[in-house]
Design a protein around this ligand. Structure first.
Ligand code: MN
Length: 259
């Protein structure tokens, strides 16, 4: 049986994680390795400046005092009895759509798996949806990813709407239009503090996007690529390097003095 690694960013006790682990159980030996507490919006953070501890909660179920990406790194690079055939992160409590994926611990866990060469999926459920239904969708996609390889350096970001989905749609990421402002307040000691992340999100063009699919009641599947290079910009900026080189005067290198 293949080893499957399941993690999340809502913490090891989250009900979405339990539903996912149950749904994947018949596909392989499911190991749950998840943060001991909630880490939503932690992005792709890794813990490099203190040791990680793993607490065994039950058979093949472990809590880690770190981030979702820590859990994947640990699992793929040695903690599990063998290299996992698949990393599945979720089911996240709340959607991970459009530009927000860069903040998501759930999506970052799948990014970490992908960077380590393991096929990876992230699955998120719109608030108020049914975890078992979303986990069943995750099982369908997991079966597919185990049989047919995903494109190189590519993960699947899956979002499930509330209610019974109409179907499954391939999408691109939507874009947020930022309208929110920083909220400045004064504390009882007269010092200013700030709240960020406020304001209702507004979305740009919805057609073909993950947000559009969710609005229509479909499961959204977005292939995300981890080569962040803007290949078109390499051509557009071609004259940049030559003009910079024309201005650049290398400083004479001073020999490092020893002792
Ligand atoms: Mn979360």
């Amino acid at each position: 049986m293949a080893v499957l690694l399941v993690t999340n960013d809502d913490g090891v006790h989250a009900s979405g994680l339990a539903a996912l682990a149950r749904a994947l159980d018949e596909l392989g030996d499911v190991y749950v390795l998840a943060p001991e507490r909630e880490h939503s919006a932690c992005g792709h953070a890794l813990t490099l400046h203190r040791p990680l501890r793993v607490e065994r909660l039950a058979e093949r179920r472990f809590a880690v005092n770190g981030t979702p990406s820590d859990c994947v790194n640990l699992g793929v690079l040695g903690f599990l009895p063998e290299r996992p055939a698949l990393v599945v992160a979720g089911v996240n409590h709340g959607s991970n759509l459009g530009d927000d994926v860069t903040y998501s611990g759930t999506v970052s866990a799948a990014m970490e798996g992908t960077l380590l060469g393991v096929p990876s999926l992230a699955i998120s459920l719109v608030d108020g949806g049914d975890f078992d239904g979303a986990a069943a969708i995750a099982r369908l996609l997991a079966m597919r990813a185990l049989v047919t390889a995903l494109p190189p350096k590519t993960l699947l970001n899956v979002n499930v709407p509330t209610g019974v989905p109409r179907g499954i749609t391939l999408t691109r990421l939507g874009h947020r239009v930022y309208t929110g402002k920083v909220v400045e307040q004064t504390d009882p000691r007269g010092r200013a503090h700030y709240w960020i992340g406020g304001g209702e999100p507004e979305w740009g063009e919805l057609a073909g996007t993950d947000m559009g699919a969710i609005h229509a009641g479909d499961v959204s599947v977005t292939p995300l690529h981890l080569d962040l290079t803007n290949h078109r910009a390499l051509d557009q900026l071609a004259d940049l390097a030559s003009s910079l080189n024309a201005q650049y005067r290398p400083a004479a290198r001073t020999r490092a003095r020893r002792g």
